[in-house]
Design a protein around this ligand. Structure first.
Ligand code: ZN
Ligand code: ZN
Length: 263
């Protein structure tokens, strides 16, 4: 079992990181993809602590759409920051990157420029992308498609419709389901979780955010990816053993470096 997206270097875990890692291992989580902000040096320092604490961690880094606004008119500088972060954090993926038109913390044209630049960097480095897209599926798909056939990756914390999922699948992207799928009113997302082809499906926590039922409202942690796993198995009406094997294979197909962690 893997958690394909969490923020273990977040200050929320600084005080009890070892316990959080113990919980994850005890729950059968053998590895996680830890997302880092490329433009956050304090988090990079904590990432070294995370790296030392658990061999099961691999890193992804990128400039989040919420922070893109800081790079208005300086996309070349943002590229340098991203490239340096990819190297210094030994990142195996670029992300999370994308577009967020729900919060609109950054001007949309700046979000698009910074996102497109990062897709190009991922292409050059031959790394997958981890996509954050909120109320922005049209522009997200357009920018990914414009990146060329080598662009590959995952739509993280997918909350769109079946039709929107289909468009991401048309680009050969993976769809990652978060703990939102356990929320009582998330029937539409469970429908998506049942719809996605078995070989395109991933699961994640997005910890410390989005704790699943029955932990809703608490700080989320990678161990609780199990709750989402069980809900997805139920939604798809498949045996948990089979789903577990499939999800592990999918994670390793997208992120082979997670296969090198000690068991
Ligand atoms: Zn996100
Ligand atoms: Zn995230």
């Amino acid at each position: 079992m893997f958690d394909s997206h969490c923020h273990l270097a977040d200050p929320a875990f600084a005080d009890d990181l070892d316990a959080v890692i113990d919980h994850a291992r005890a729950a059968g989580v053998q590895g996680v993809l830890c997302i880092l902000a490329a433009d956050d040096e304090a988090e990079a320092v904590q990432a070294d602590v995370v790296r030392a604490a658990w061999d099961g961690v691999r890193f992804s880094t990128g400039i989040h759409p919420h922070r893109a606004g800081a790079w208005a008119g300086r996309v070349d500088d943002a590229r340098e920051v991203l490239e340096a972060a990819m190297a210094s954090r030994q990142a195996i993926a670029v992300g999370e990157i994308g577009l967020d038109y729900h919060y609109d913390f950054s001007a949309r044209d700046v979000q698009r420029d910074v996102f497109a630049m990062q897709v190009a960097v991922a292409s050059t480095l031959d790394r997958p992308v981890v996509i954050h897209a909120r109320e922005a599926i049209d522009d997200t798909i357009a920018i990914l498609a414009a990146g060329g056939p080598h662009v590959r990756g995952v739509m993280h914390c997918f909350t769109g419709t079946v039709d929107e999922a289909r468009r991401a699948l048309d680009l050969d992207f993976y769809i990652s389901i978060s703990g939102i799928a356990t929320f009582p009113r998330a029937a539409a997302l469970r429908e998506v979780a049942a719809f996605v082809p078995a070989d395109r499906l991933l699961i994640e926590t997005d910890a410390p955010y989005l704790a699943p039922v029955p932990y809703r409202g608490q700080r989320n942690e990678p161990a609780w990816v199990l709750e989402t796993f069980r809900m997805v198995a139920a939604a798809r009406q498949v045996a948990e053993d089979d789903l577990g094997r499939q999800l592990a294979a999918n994670t390793l197909a997208l992120l082979p470096a997670l296969g090198t962690v000690a068991r």
